[in-house]
Design a binder for this molecule. Structure first.
Ligand code: TXD
Length: 319
């Protein structure tokens, strides 16, 4: 069996971390593409040298030529610009829309059969644009945010309750923004839903509310601490979990920004929902039954995503 090939489009903080994990876990040969090809090459060479220490038989390469991603089984997209002072949200969307257009063309030309995981912000709108520009099947283009936002929620719970991270399952759905929806009733500690923990006095409502707020602002908390740039370890691990579920046909149920056609009452948009990821990409969208308040939060989050998607429809991709 030939080795799998994994292409990281963008060799910045998350792209580099993704490549490192993929090489270490021997998931396949890794190619890092970046407009700054020297950075991609430098990181790839550094990691390739490390493979002799940790003993991984994979090849690593850095490039600024899309031809080098040819035949990739998985493409993980982190390419983009960060928001700079004085830049409006629309300026950022316009620029990253331009990046998505280039990336989509590269993938469509050289890796049309790949499973594509988008990470670039604003996430839900960018994955929507990437699918549109590439014309790849909607089940093969997905966005990473929910695994990360759920991981943050799970971590806060494990820390507060003193319970192993292995015994916590947390769900955060909706768009990757301030209106994301941590799902209290479906998140469990040792099998017990959080609302049951509150009812039984094992967790206070106040602490739970604080963790929900902290989850929603989880990205910003790290940005503020780093002072420059945003989170990269947990985002990279999250996308790798999605890639592995595809490569190994694990059929894990993971919260991902997925294309909706009718599910959750939505059409032709991407937003964070639970999906089954297997050898056919997104094999199924799982619909969580929602009560009135959950529905209201989800609808608010979906509206925020739709505003961004509409902005994409009306903006010229610029670079
Ligand atoms: O949950 C989530 N989805 C996220 C999203 C969590 C954390 C960060 N999130 C977003 O991921 C973040 O807001 C960014 O949009 C992306 C990537 O974050 P990273 O921290 O890796 O950003 P970097 O270090 O700035 O890397 C971006 C790279 C950089 O090396 C640029 O040279 C490159 O993208 N870049 C390009 N590569 C290829 N093609 C084009 N056009 C291009 N433009 C920039």
């Amino acid at each position: 069996m030939a080795r799998k090939k994994i292409a990281m489009i963008g060799a910045g903080m998350i792209g580099g971390t993704l490549a490192h994990i993929a090489a270490r876990e021997e998931l396949g040969d890794v190619v890092m593409f970046d407009i700054f090809g020297g950075v991609a090459q430098g990181k790839a060479l550094d990691m390739a040298e490390a493979t002799t220490v940790f003993g991984s038989d994979v090849k690593l390469a850095g490039t600024e030529a899309y031809a080098d991603i040819e035949g990739a089984d998985v493409c993980i997209v982190t390419a983009g610009f960060p928001r700079k002072p004085g830049m409006s949200r629309d300026d950022l969307i316009g620029k990253n829309l331009g990046v998505m257009k280039q990336v989509a063309e590269g993938i469509k030309t050289y890796a049309p059969n790949a499973f594509v995981i988008c990470i670039t912000n604003p996430l839900d709108a960018m994955v929507w644009a990437l699918q549109k520009f590439s014309g790849l099947p909607t089940n093969k283009v997905v966005g990473m945010a929910g695994v990360l936002d759920s991981a943050r929620f799970a971590y806060f719970l494990s820390e507060k309750l003193g319970v192993s991270v292995k015994d916590i399952r947390a769900w955060t759905l909706g768009g990757h923004g301030d209106d994301m929806v941590p799902m209290v009733r479906y998140s469990t500690v040792g099998g017990l839903p959080l609302n049951v923990l509150v009812e039984n006095g094992m967790l206070s409502q106040e602490d739970l509310d604080a963790m929900v707020v902290r989850t929603r602002k989880g990205g910003g908390e790290i940005v503020a601490l780093l002072g420059n740039g945003s989170a990269y370890y947990a985002p990279a691990e999250s996308a790798i979990a999605m890639a592995v579920s595809y490569l190994k046909d694990q059929k894990r149920v993971l919260p991902s920004a997925a294309y909706l056609s009718g599910e959750y009452g939505q059409n032709d948009m991407y937003v964070g929902v639970p999906v089954v990821i297997g050898a056919n990409g997104v094999e199924k969208v799982v619909e969580f039954p929602m009560d009135a308040s959950e529905k209201e939060m989800m609808e608010k989050s979906i509206s925020a995503v739709n505003v961004l998607i509409e902005a994409c429809k009306n903006l010229e991709p610029s670079l």
